[in-house]
Design a protein around this ligand. Structure first.
Ligand code: C2E
Ligand code: MG
Ligand code: MG
Length: 252
């Protein structure tokens, strides 16, 4: 808890790539906790604890402040098209005035909402609360793009696509892995991609670790890829180095 004050939290960025030309489109911001006692603790372990204690709201504010400041600096440095995605946890959406917090952060840092993406996992939607849907709709109207994270791992994924204002679908890593390990893996991914594209959604594949996964996803028309094959989550300086190393062609 005091960890928030002691600056033990920081953010890493995992680049997202255009699968048609392998160029960086943006990054997903991932929170990290370096505990003096426990070392690196994974978000899967400490986020539920933050939610139970209500500290997720403080953590969320820290995340938004850090990411928006970072994004403003990158835009200042000329990366005007960069998109950064942040993850929102279930309690965060339900228990805090997120639209207001985000609005203030946009104004403070002079960032257009189109440069920010909000990721919500399917588990968030399991509660099926009307307030969640309304909050997402409000943020969508504000101009943020909304991504459905970990697609396929929840219980009624298809009805979510139908009822919520998503722009993007992030295909869960388990499906990407299954493409090479299970006979039904590839048709399943193809089906998800076709369905998503028919619905006008942009597709992102998570957890690409192998070249053949990248190749197959590209052939099947998946737009964006993210995973250790390209790059693990890195600190801001390392992400800047990746941007700097990109060929200039096609950039304004
Ligand atoms: P997520 O949003 O689905 O994030 C992707 C996770 O997959 C990250 O784990 C990332 O490090 C990992 N990953 C990326 N590429 C690969 C790959 O090729 N192979 C494998 N094996 N893993 C890969 P991480 O950072 O441990 O985060 C876990 C989850 O914790 C995230 O899943 C997200 O739901 C949550 N989370 C992370 N940061 C935040 C945050 O700032 N706020 C909230 N509310 N949740 C967060
Ligand atoms: Mg995510
Ligand atoms: Mg995910």
């Amino acid at each position: 808890e005091a960890a928030l004050n002691r600056q033990e939290f920081f953010i890493e960025y995992q680049p997202q790539y255009d699968l048609s030309n392998a160029r960086i489109l943006g990054a997903e911001a991932l929170i990290r906790w370096q505990s003096p006692e426990r070392g690196r603790v994974s978000p899967g372990a400490f986020i539920p604890a933050l939610e139970e204690t209500g500290l997720i709201h403080e953590a969320g504010k820290f995340l938004i402040a850090s990411v928006f400041a970072q994004l403003a600096a990158w835009r200042e440095a000329g990366h005007r098209d960069l998109k950064v995605a942040i993850n929102l946890s279930p309690r965060q959406i339900e228990g805090s005035p997120l639209p207001a917090i985000l609005k203030e952060a946009l104004a403070e840092h002079g960032i257009p909402p189109s440069a920010v993406e909000l990721e919500v996992t399917e588990s968030l939607l399991l509660s099926g609360k009307d307030t969640t849907r309304k909050a997402l709709e409000e943020m969508e109207r504000m101009g943020f793009s909304i991504a459905l994270d970990d697609f396929g791992t929840g219980y009624s994924a298809l009805s979510y696509l139908h009822n919520y204002p998503f722009h993007k679908v992030k295909i869960d890593r388990s499906f990407v892995t299954a493409m090479d390990t299970e006979p039904k893996g590839e048709p399943l991914v193809r089906g998800i991609l076709n369905l998503s594209h028919d619905l006008g959604l942009v597709t992102v594949a998570e957890g690409i670790e192998e070249s053949q996964q990248e190749a197959k996803l590209g052939e099947m028309g998946c737009r964006i890829g993210q995973g250790f094959k390209f790059c693990k989550p890195v600190d801001p300086a390392a992400f800047e180095a990746l941007l700097a190393a990109e060929p200039e062609i096609g950039r304004d």
